[in-house]
Design a protein around this ligand. Structure first.
Ligand code: DLL
Length: 439
């Protein structure tokens, strides 16, 4: 299977007509699987009068209703699972729009596929068994750490499962252990480079890093150039989401002209986020994914909310799988702060738990250096302003703690006087994102 530049040459270079034929066959099977095994999809299909036999051609894909984040939230945690519960062997999660996280429940089959496409993704980004990979994505419910770990295990690279944090120690270990591949969020890569400069470590002389595989958040060309220059490496973009598997849905090849979506596992479409209408290749829209082989929590026409465009022309690398351009933004209000997904509604949920606070807040995000700053301004009620017993320091600490419990992030809290935060007549403006152009 492994042959020169491909992990699986046959699959990666399959002529497009064969990819489409395979996808159509798998789609029919998967739709039937969902109808027969998932109460959620059975009901959804019945509600629009759709039967699995109605899916005969690719155009029929559009008859299938979208699945959205709210479906997963409402069916938290296992309502959309399609197998007996003892067949779920692993669970991961990412933030949902309220307190409930989005749960990814995987069978052995799902994990095996994830491992295979992560190994393929690492290989596509130039990873080889003789490499030493430093995995600085978080291990735990977040899919980053384990996704890379599983893929690297299959590829046979030596793994340094460092996880997040301890930046200085990470640098020492990268040097001492002879790390050749860095895997982390792009913002952490910038921070590592900045810390190396401060510590007098020259990555081009003191390390033998050759490449970095970065994802989990949007990053611009400027950031890519900065990382490549400062760390002296070639940077690759990798994309994925918990609802589909985690990282490894798509990855850049050495041509760096988009990320190949592994089409033996996923059908990707772009839609107009406002009308839901399917868009032609090359037109920017929201990415929608159908997983073709998922058994634990199968998912059809999932609205990712990520904005990109797709290009199905053959790539100069020889791979035939369609490419999506790097994600430029989202069609909902999800924020990605230091690689963690956060919804303003989660902050609101936290703030409403404090009787001392009015229901107003402003989230201010910035990136003065390498890392995001996350400031939340909250407002006292007139009554608590008058309360001479109120301990602002303690209140600030408690809000911080609550937000950390809900989002997993440390925020700076500024408590302001009543009526200080702007009021709007229309849609409230809760977020001031000053990172644009600095990402
Ligand atoms: O972020 C999976 C992942 C881990 C991908 C490590 C790459 C590397 P979630 O926590 O479920 O999963 O968040 C998924 O993150 O819908 C995008 O909005 C964003 N995202 C992921 N990769 C990229 C990327 C992981 N390369 C959400 N560029 C997605 C831009 C990305 N955004």
């Amino acid at each position: 299977m492994v042959n020169g530049k491909y992990w699986n040459e046959k699959i990666e270079t399959l002529p497009r007509e064969e990819i489409r034929a395979y996808q159509l066959q798998k789609l029919k099977e998967q739709v039937k699987y969902c109808y027969d095994n998932s109460v959620f999809y059975h009901k959804k299909f019945d509600s629009v009068g759709l039967k699995p036999v109605d899916i005969k051609t690719f155009n029929d894909l559009q008859k299938i209703p979208f699945t959205v984040k709210a479906d997963l939230k409402e069916n938290y945690p296992y309502g959309m699972v399609a197998v007996p519960s003892d067949e779920i062997v692993e669970v991961h999660a990412s933030s949902g729009t309220t307190g409930n996280p989005i749960v990814g429940a995987y069978t052995r089959n799902d994990i095996d596929i994830w491992q295979e496409i992560m190994a393929r993704s690492l290989y596509t980004a130039g990873g080889r068994p003789q490499d030493i990979i430093h995995i600085a994505y978080g291990y735990g419910l977040f899919t980053g750490g384990f996704g890379f770990h599983y893929g690297a295990q299959k590829l046979g690279t030596r793994i340094v499962p460092i996880g997040g944090g301890m930046t200085q120690r990470q640098i020492t270990l990268m040097k001492d252990l002879g790390v050749t591949i860095l895997a982390c969020t792009p913002s952490f890569a910038v921070y590592l480079a900045e810390t190396m400069a401060k510590e007098g470590v020259d990555p081009k002389k003191d390390l033998i890093l050759s490449r970095g595989i970065f994802g989990a958040e949007p990053w611009s060309q400027q950031i890519r150039q900065r990382i490549e220059k400062e760390l002296g490496i070639e940077a690759f973009d990798i994309y994925g989401l918990t609802e589909l598997c985690g990282p490894g849905v798509s990855v850049e090849c050495p041509q760096h002209e988009g990320l190949h979506v592994w089409e033996d596992q996923f059908i990707v479409e772009t839609i107009d986020p406002d009308t839901g209408e399917t868009l032609p290749d090359g037109q920017e829209g929201e990415l929608v994914f159908t997983a073709l082989n998922k058994t634990g929590l199968p998912i059809l026409r999932y609205r990712s909310r990520d904005i990109s465009k797709i290009n199905s022309e053959k790539c100069d690398c020889g791979r035939t799988h369609t490419r999506m351009l790097s994600v430029t933004g989202r069609s909902d209000d999800m924020l990605i702060v230091r690689g963690v997904n956060v919804f303003p509604s989660q902050i609101e949920f936290a703030i409403l738990q404090f009787s001392e606070l009015a229901p107003y807040y402003l989230i201010i995000l910035d990136r003065p250096g390498a890392l995001d700053t996350f400031l939340i301004k909250v407002e006292l009620t007139p009554q608590s302003q008058k309360n001479t017993q109120l301990d602002i320091k303690k209140l600030t600490y408690n809000i911080q703690k609550r937000i950390h419990i809900i989002t997993g992030l440390s925020a700076d809290i500024e408590v302001v006087k009543p009526n200080e935060l702007p009021r709007t007549e229309g849609k409230a403006k809760r977020v001031l994102d000053l990172r644009k152009g600095k990402m």
